[in-house]
Design a protein around this ligand. Sequence first.
Ligand SMILES: Nc1ncnc2c1ncn2[C@@H]1O[C@H](COP(=O)(O)OP(=O)(O)OP(=O)(O)O)[C@@H](O)[C@H]1O
Length: 230
Amino acid sequence: MLEARDISFAYGRAAPVLSGVSLGVGRGEIVGLSGPSGCGKSTLARLLAGYLTSRSGAVLVDGAAPAKGWSPVQYVHQAAYLSVDPRWRIGAILDEAGPVDEALRNQLGVSRRWFERYPHEISGGELQRVVLLRALGPRTRYLVADEVSAMLDPITQVEVWQALQARAGAGLGILAISHGDALLERVATRRLHLEAGRLLPVSGSATKAIGNAGSPQCGKWPLEPANLPA
Ligand SMILES: Nc1ncnc2c1ncn2[C@@H]1O[C@H](COP(=O)(O)OP(=O)(O)OP(=O)(O)O)[C@@H](O)[C@H]1O
């Protein structure tokens, strides 16, 4: 299981974004996470993936503290261009993660014709699929998918999520972050909502017990003039 245990986090001296938040994503699960803009979903994602370190609490990967170096938790976000070296061709970008899984390449609709091109020579949606293919190597046990299909057309979105659901069927645990209720309703095995400082189960989803002490910043929702930044 990929776990956040009672984690708190603040950027510098700013008010905490997360305070005492706990959640778990099991192997084979797709946990959908929604919540208003600015509530800390991506921050939680980056903590789970090891890009940020919590002030207190712990992130555990299958019961252990994350090891240094290559991580079995991969984080993919909406801005695919920020995840790749623009000077590398697509083939080299994919090679970095080891041999390409041909079945997955086909499922994600990644064309071999793109391999000789640079990131700016394929579309944003195509690059997003390349980044997902790179992230889903054989050693990846968890995927933190932060708005990964937001920039895809509806048909490609379905194809990508079918590929991810198949991967989950083979044991991959996925945290799917999205503003798209319809998408999460369709793909998530259970759902959580981060709002007003609490991680809550979305009604109807078979949510496991979770606990959190809240997030002071999220406590400012809904946005009212008094709560807007100066
Ligand atoms: N590097 C940073 N330095 C300072 N503050 C940051 C940084 N990254 C994010 N924040 C702030 O932390 C809060 C949570 O941001 P985060 O990106 O986690 O929200 P989110 O729920 O993912 O939002 P959205 O749905 O709009 O993507 C926001 O108020 C944001 O401005």
